[in-house]
Design a protein around this ligand. Structure first.
Ligand SMILES: C=C(O[C@H]1C=CC=C(C(=O)O)[C@@H]1O)C(=O)O
Length: 399
């Protein structure tokens, strides 16, 4: 008789303990599927655009052969194809359940004095929206997402663990993340941190899910006004058109990998603590889940950038973004998440996020421009989207 299989007991962690154990340099990711804290580097994934999923699969296989139990690749990828990426097989991964409202501690935010520089100035952003509308009017573009940046400099180094904990506390249902994205030449470790409402791709076995968002209204304190805004958003031709571009592209890309795909005919409205968004939850069953080209990272890269962060057609939208946005987006509007040996994983769009380096915080927010967009309303929408990070920094009202 063969000897009984050796069963190693898995340590059981609480979601709040994982969050409390986060230190800059770690990778943290939380979703409804659970939370994950990864430390150390077993292997770095070195590959450029288009080759990352294959390289990730190779290092995962090598790590498994080398004795790593259930290896993962975790990290983040920037917006532009040639942009930087930070992907590793960590040395240690701890997992816990999803965050809940009750078990996240309140943490006061330390810094008090801030210098805030908008890039570009708000009026210049509105001018950029006007230029984008001219391109759309001329038939060159159907949609482009224009973003702007706030650079915040604190009096003291910014505590990323406090910021992350405050983001989770404000919205335990968000996809919260913190990833080390330090690059050569950085004066101090750099961390991408945020709380994204937008699921780019989740894969569990053969089942894939994507939840594109586009079309927005700021959320306010008055519930009657919120009901009015939700109804207006659902009825808005312009917002439904802006949303339809994203849902259609996601459905088309996933359709190429799936044996069946469920695409709801109508969007619904979802709420975050700061915004209302049109949302379409798309689910599918992979035609060949054993194909390494269907890993969660391969699918996420095939989807990126969706028209929720770039535009239609994608090449022209990229050019318009490069021409109209003065700041490089870096990791904003890229992707962050994890992928495993069998291809399961989760990747979210890096929105409602910031890059933190010592005393400096760079945050971005964008808004989709389509025919009928109003420059002042798009500017106000970006200000509202900044509130996720600004509130967590104790700076509400600064945008
Ligand atoms: C680009 C952002 O949001 C996207 C996601 C939801 C709604 C969006 C919109 O209505 O424009 C954007 O497509 C951002 O938060 O910076």
């Amino acid at each position: 008789m063969p000897p009984p299989a050796l069963v190693r007991p898995r340590p059981v962690h609480r979601a709040a303990d994982l969050l409390a154990a986060y230190l800059p340099g770690s990778f943290y990711f939380a979703s409804a599927r659970g939370s994950l804290l990864a430390d150390g580097v077993h292997t770095t994934v070195r590959a450029g655009h288009g080759a990352r999923a294959r390289a990730a699969a190779e290092v995962l296989d090598a790590a498994a052969v080398g004795g790593v139990d259930e290896p993962l690749v975790v990290g983040a990828i920037g917006f532009r194809p040639e942009a930087e990426a930070s992907l590793v097989v960590p040395a240690l991964v701890r997992r816990a359940g999803a965050n809940t409202a009750v078990d996240v501690p309140a943490t006061p935010f330390g810094s008090t004095r801030w210098a805030i520089t908008p890039r570009p100035e708000p009026e210049a952003y509105a001018d950029g929206v006007r230029e984008a509308l001219e391109l759309i009017g001329g038939g060159e573009l159907a949609k482009v997402v224009l973003a702007r940046c706030l650079e915040l400099v604190a009096g003291d180094p910014v505590s990323v663990p406090s910021l992350l904990a405050r983001l989770v506390r404000a919205d335990p249902a968000a996809h919260a993340f913190a990833a080390d994205v330090s690059a050569p030449g950085d004066p101090a470790p750099r961390t991408l941190v945020g709380a994204s409402p937008e699921l780019l791709l989740s894969r569990r076995g053969a089942v894939v899910t994507s939840n594109p968002l586009a079309g927005s209204r700021p959320r306010v304190a008055d519930e009657a006004e919120n009901r009015r805004r939700v109804a207006e958003l659902l009825a808005s031709e312009k917002d439904r058109h802006e949303h339809a571009h994203v849902a259609a592209q996601v459905a088309e890309v996933l359709g190429g990998f799936c044996a069946d795909l469920d695409v709801p005919a109508e969007p619904v409205v979802i709420g975050t603590p700061t915004m209302w968004h049109l949302s379409t939850r798309i689910t599918g069953r992979l035609a060949d889940p054993t194909d390494p080209g269907s890993s969660s990272l391969a699918l996420a890269e095939a989807l990126h950038p969706t028209p929720a962060v770039c535009g239609v057609p994608v090449g022209r939208a990229r050019d318009a973004i490069a021409g109209l946005e003065p700041e490089d987006r870096g990791y904003y509007s890229g992707l962050v998440g994890w992928t495993g040996l069998e291809g399961d994983g989760e990747w979210v769009v890096t929105i409602r996020s910031a890059e933190v380096c010592d005393r400096t915080v760079r945050l971005f927010a964008g808004a989709g421009v389509v025919a009928g967009s109003d420059p002042a309303a798009e500017l106000a929408e970006t200000s509202a989207k900044f509130r996720t990070l600004l509130r967590a920094l104790g700076l509400e009202g600064a945008a």
